[in-house]
Design a protein around this ligand. Sequence first.
Ligand code: PAF
Length: 283
Amino acid sequence: MHIFKEIAPLRDHLKSLRSGQSSIGFVPTMGALHKGHLGLINASKNHNDITVCSIYVNPTQFGNPEDLAKYPRTLEQDIDLLEQASCDVLFCPSNTVMYHRAEPLTISFDKLDRILEGEFRPGHFSGVAVVVSKLFNIVQPDIAYFGQKDYQQVMIISKLIEAMKFNVQLHVVPTVREHDGLALSSRNQRLSVDERNRATVLYQGLRATQQGLIQGLPLSELRTRVAALCDSKGVRMEYLEVVDQDTFEVKESPTRAVILIAAYVGNVRLIDNLVVESQDEIA
Ligand code: PAF
């Protein structure tokens, strides 16, 4: 695997590959890699000649300095995992490389960046959009791979690609879960064993909401029930919402919907979601 910390040599390397007609798949990450990320790498390897991964903990998408400081950083281990997965190129820039001498830039998305994650993490999606734009400009991939676990992020990236006319195809890969339903996340590394076990309540809450909606229960009641379920495990639910898969409008029916949850397990904030196509799927 070729490892680059600077933009110019990475660009030179990719230029020579591109002139040989190689297609480039790109997996942007913040490191602390797990099987979910490796699923993205595998998807890219299956569709492209060359797979590029980036590892960069982007400061502009963190509103809380403590969250940024505590974000897990495991570069050596990540490099081993990427080598094992036969990733071709790793880009792991510093803050200086990504932001030095650049004017602070923000990108807004009408309503989508102000609801759910956007409401509880103001400025988060602007930071994501700015860094992903920079990464797309640097790597110029044919296809970029993102995990469905960050559902709202995927919607933001899709709007970004459309608005900025990036010549990139977006490929979304389903969430990878542990045997008990816990969605894989880099933040899980910050959980104690006890917190890790209690964290399954997010997935249980999503399933309970799905069942409740099928039974015709109002979302307000389901929200109260899931918050109480979380409470019983010492987990603090931040939001539980049901939105249309495509428009992100609030929805009360479980057809073509996505149920989203965010909760604090100890000091660690986790998010998860469940995509529901139709009532038949659940029966
Ligand atoms: O999903 C992530 O890991 C990050 O938000 C991303 C897309 C790499 C941007 O920093």
